[in-house]
Ligand binder design. Structure first.
Ligand code: HEC
Length: 216
């Protein structure tokens, strides 16, 4: 392409270097205006209308799907601390648990879990243990002589898991309500650690190097 107009030189010079006052190239302007137009669309799509997932939302969404799939594999199996913690990450399960809590538990534990007839479930003190499995067992089997019924027949194990997952999400929220009862979490954890000492690091499975030789 032949340049039609003469080069115009700006009337300053830096160390003898002069600058042209040329029009910006079209390809450059195109990327600039393109980016401006794109940003408007981007903003509307992700932020104003929330049609698309932002990175954080996409991440949370994937974590939830993975937790849900994992949960489905574990549902038929034994309940463990891990399976209950996993459940707290699946919003649909926690929501189902919240509904059960509102129907069956609020009359004694208060609408926010702050306690009334029953203890505060959101403080750091526990009568029967803060561990997921401990909470699960308390709800399943109840504390009959203290007015907490066993829920395993009325709710069944799946709904008990849901309501327990909800209770676990309320832990530590310290909703004002009933004064603390029982032992603080730290003491429960100490007792649990004493009951199940973790094996020392050198008691791990032998590596290939010092594994007994087979045959030969
Ligand atoms: C009729 C009243 C009542 C209802 C309804 C009730 N609870 Fe309780 N709950 C209690 C009482 C009382 C205790 C304390 C037992 C004790 O003193 O050992 C308790 C204890 C607990 C604990 C143990 C707390 C700790 O400190 O270790 C959990 C967890 C719990 N309830 C969950 C639930 C859930 C979940 C529901 C609903 C499915 C529910 N409760 C319904 C009265 C109730």
């Amino acid at each position: 392409m032949v340049d039609q107009h003469a080069d115009i030189t700006l009337d300053h010079s830096f160390d003898g270097i002069q600058e042209y006052d040329n029009r910006l190239p079209n390809w450059w302007l195109f990327t600039l205006y393109g980016a401006v137009v794109f940003s408007v669309g981007y903003w509307l799509f992700y932020h104003t209308f929330g049609v698309g997932f932002t990175q954080d939302e996409a991440y949370d969404h994937e974590v939830e799907i993975a937790a849900q799939q994992q949960l489905q594999r574990e549902m038929g199996k034994e309940v463990t601390d891990d399976s209950l913690i996993l459940m707290t990450k699946v919003q649909a399960q926690v929501d189902a648990g919240a509904k059960i809590f509102q129907q069956k538990c609020v009359q004694c534990h208060g609408p926010q879990g702050g306690g009334d007839i029953g203890p505060n479930l959101t403080d750091d003190f526990w009568l029967h243990g803060p561990g997921p499995l401990q909470v699960y067992n308390t709800v399943m089997n109840g504390v009959l002589d203290k007015g907490m019924q066993a829920w395993k027949d009325q709710l069944g194990p799946v709904r008990v898991r849901q309501v327990v997952s909800y209770v676990l999400t309320r832990k530590g929220l310290n909703v004002p309500g009933k004064a603390p009862q029982g032992k603080p979490t730290a003491e429960w954890e100490k007792a649990a650690a004493a009951a199940n000492p973790t094996p020392p690091a050198d008691a791990k499975a032998p590596t290939d190097a010092n594994a007994p030789k087979s045959g030969g």
